[in-house]
Design a protein around this ligand. Sequence first.
Ligand code: HGY
Ligand code: MN
Ligand code: MN
Ligand code: MN
Length: 394
Amino acid sequence: MTSLADIAGVGADPRRGGYSRHGFDRVELELRTWFTEEATRRGLDVECDRNGNLWAWWGPPGDGAVVTGSHLDSVPGGGAFDGPLGVVSALEAVDVLRAKGFVPSKPFAVVVFAEEEGGRFGVACLGSRLLTGAIAPEAALRLSDSDGVTVAEAMAAAGLDPALVGPDAVALRRIGVFVELHVEQGRGLVDLGAAVGVASSILAHGRWRFSVRGEGNHAGATLMVDRRDPMIAAARVVLAARQAATSGARATVGKLVPNPGGTNVIPSSVDLWLDARAEDDARTRAVVEEISAAASAAAAEEGCSVTVTEESYGDTVVFDAALRDSLSGVLGGVPALPTGAGHDAGILAGHVPTAMLFVRNPTGVSHAPQEHAEPDDCAAGVVALAAVLEELVR
Ligand code: HGY
Ligand code: MN
Ligand code: MN
Ligand code: MN
């Protein structure tokens, strides 16, 4: 049995949360080795698809499979459960089903998607986006990390052939239905007093890079009136994000990089990344436009320039209501709730029948070490996932 402590083992690995590269890099590859060993130990046959996603098959691969899984990578400083809970629970659900003598009557797989957080290359759900064609191979391959290492180089170093990257019709045809179990990133289930819930929708959300250019100079020798300081304009963008995010919208600047980044140096440029989300496309776009207008005004007043580049975007996802409600029914009528967090399930939902199960997070916190799920709730999640998978295979 994969003990739920493995979540702590895999998810809470200090290298994982404290590591900011992940995608096809050392720590993610070690986590994938762990998964391969755990899946193989269960008699599952593990293969890696052309885009770096891992598939552990219970029986022969085939079209119309029941597929479950999630991701193992993390955001920098992330918690132990975002991703690993879905992977460990999938392996444990296989244990539960096997223990009751269940043998899948249709193809069945556990999947681990690559680079879900986009922590290394900046595009979330890179593995599932490549699989579905949501990102063009050439656009993905030239993405680079903070050291200038491209996706193509990272994949090659991980033993993958970058020339094969791209939409994978075979892998997609094999997915008959996909169910992702995930720790809830919020307090919805806490407030509802429920251990498990099903997902109703995902906010529209995306990432935009603001590059502010000014004039690098000496911190001491340059009079304030003589400055063209991009940090001032960048600071005004951060405040504009807060002001624009009204009526349910969310806007975050979690990453800001001055160049060159010396304490006694007025930066020549500052790059910052905006994460904006709202209940629909129009609202999200309106928030970004308002922030971009504020950025242009701030740059002009500071004698700087600013360029805004959309790096990834996904419209609102509404999960199939019939599937959602049928799974809720299998579980005795667990509540359906929306999420502000993106998931590989959100990418697949546009292509195959897709659902999500959420497990209660008593802190409601995510993308931080305080993210949590109690062992009893994790166990309830495994039981729920096993029941749902058994129903879907029927
Ligand atoms: O950023 C997100 O919403 C997800 O956790 N990748
Ligand atoms: Mn996440
Ligand atoms: Mn996640
Ligand atoms: Mn000096």
